[in-house]
Design a protein around this ligand. Structure first.
Ligand SMILES: [Zn+2]
Ligand SMILES: [Zn+2]
Length: 442
């Protein structure tokens, strides 16, 4: 048994039928083997495809116990030459970690990451830099980065997403995914929920500027949503079908980003809130919560912003661009200290677009309001998240009210992408939205 040509996560034949933009899309060909014997299949594929090429296996202490030890056991049985790099403690994906892993990986012909979040980003990013293949053995449905063509990395303290070649092959043991820690499942549930608001962010930006929007990415994600979205209790209880459905949904979500050629379909303003909280660690020492859980708070904020924006008349958005740009710039030094120059650089890249808001928004406002009105309510998302068993309060995220509000207000300045947070700042409803979100999360 090996991965066959038909084991695509998403059948490439679906791509053409769901595209509404008519432009060519990158067509990711990620193959998945999901089965209790996945470690053996992986080792056999490794032997067959890599032959005598040595493999660098990267895991951490937890994922080694969950799957890494079985993977290396199977590699040894299949006479595959490998080196195991088990990272210790909490792992943060930084330029320093990537440099040191790249030194270790020199001379290897394949990187195989056994784990989730940072382990996957590290393997993908280093393999891309070395120009060697990358395979993944995911251990938890905790985020959508397995199949994406980007890696999240902190460079000089600022959270960036850099291009990285997705794995050609993914091997998953359904029992390992099912038995992953509840908090990781809750995190993945929130991460996949982000699409409900980020897709509208992308559509809004596309309407105003790039014209890049296509229904294909959200279309392929929607096809698998029934398997997990309405069953948060089953995610909580560890139901195999729901948890593996969520895992599949996250794999598809990553592919959606590759199809779009950017993370826009699955990462908008809600993700920026999480990135701010990650970046603040270097200044405050607060250990960030799991990516998806922080994103979940961002989803509520975006939903509040959309509801408020939908209530505004076109006249309310015909002025305020200069003020919003200036207030964004004004806050950067105080919040970011040593990272201020890097953040300012990012924010200034979208300044020309932000300054066009006065002229652009009123004429398109009715069209945009129809999009905003279609976003589900903040309480709809909050209810779904809380039914997974995660309280989704500021306390459960280990955040004070002022830390959250600061992150909500600063998030729009850390990246050049236009999101709902830029519109909210322009319309002068961002502060009220941040306060209202903090109250919902209290
Ligand atoms: Zn298209
Ligand atoms: Zn995410």
């Amino acid at each position: 048994m090996t991965i066959s040509d038909s084991n695509f996560v998403v059948d490439p034949a679906r791509y053409a039928s769901l595209c509404t933009c008519g432009k060519p899309h990158p067509t990711p060909e990620v193959r998945l083997y999901s089965g209790e014997d996945a470690c053996i299949v992986l080792a056999e594929d490794c032997r067959r495809i890599q032959q005598d090429g040595p493999v660098l296996v990267i895991d951490d202490e937890n994922t080694h116990k969950a799957a890494g030890k079985d993977v290396v056991g199977a590699l040894a049985d299949a006479s595959v030459s490998y080196k195991l790099l088990t990272l210790e403690g909490d792992i943060e994906m930084t330029d320093a970690l990537a440099d040191s892993a790249q030194d270790t990986a020199a001379g290897y012909s394949l990187i195989l990451a056994v784990g989730a979040g940072a382990i996957n980003d590290l393997g993908k990013y280093v393999a891309t830099r070395l120009g060697i293949p990358y395979w993944a053995a995911p251990t938890a449905p905790s985020m959508n980065g397995y199949t994406s063509s980007i890696a999240a990395i902190k460079i000089r303290g600022v959270k960036r997403t850099l291009p990285a070649t997705p794995p050609r092959r993914i091997y998953a043991v359904p029992r390992v995914v099912q038995e992953s820690p509840l908090k990781l499942r809750q995190s993945g549930f929130c991460d996949v929920l982000a699409k409900s608001v980020s897709d509208t962010d992308w559509r809004t930006e596309s309407t105003l500027f790039s014209g890049s929007y296509c229904e294909l990415p959200s279309g392929i994600v929607a096809e698998s949503e029934d398997r997990y979205l309405n069953s948060p209790e089953k995610i909580r209880n560890g139901d195999s079908a729901a948890v593996n459905g969520l895992f599949h949904g996250l794999l598809v979500s990553g592919i959606a980003m590759t199809l779009a050629g950017s993370s826009a379909p699955a990462s908008g303003g809600e993700h920026l809130v999480s990135h701010v909280l990650d970046m603040r660690e270097g200044l405050t020492g607060r250990t960030p919560e799991l990516h998806g859980l922080q994103v979940g708070a961002g989803v509520i904020l975006s939903a509040v912003c959309y509801r408020k924006l939908a209530a505004l008349e076109p006249g309310a958005v015909s002025r305020g661009a200069e003020t919003a740009v200036q207030s964004g710039l004004d806050g950067i030094d105080a919040i970011w200290g040593p990272y201020a120059d890097e953040v300012r650089n990012r924010f200034q890249q979208k300044q020309p677009q932000l300054l066009q808001f006065n002229a652009l928004l009123p004429g398109r406002w009715d069209e945009l309001r129809a999009l905003f009105s279609a976003v589900r309510s903040p309480n709809f998302f909050l209810d779904l998240i809380r039914r997974t068993g995660f309280p989704m309060t500021l306390a459960s995220l280990r955040l004070t009210r002022s830390e959250f509000i600061q992150a909500a207000l600063a998030a729009r300045t850390i990246r050049e992408r236009i999101t709902v947070l830029d519109l909210a700042a322009h319309a002068q409803i961002l502060e009220a939205a941040a306060e209202e979100t903090a109250a919902l999360l209290s």
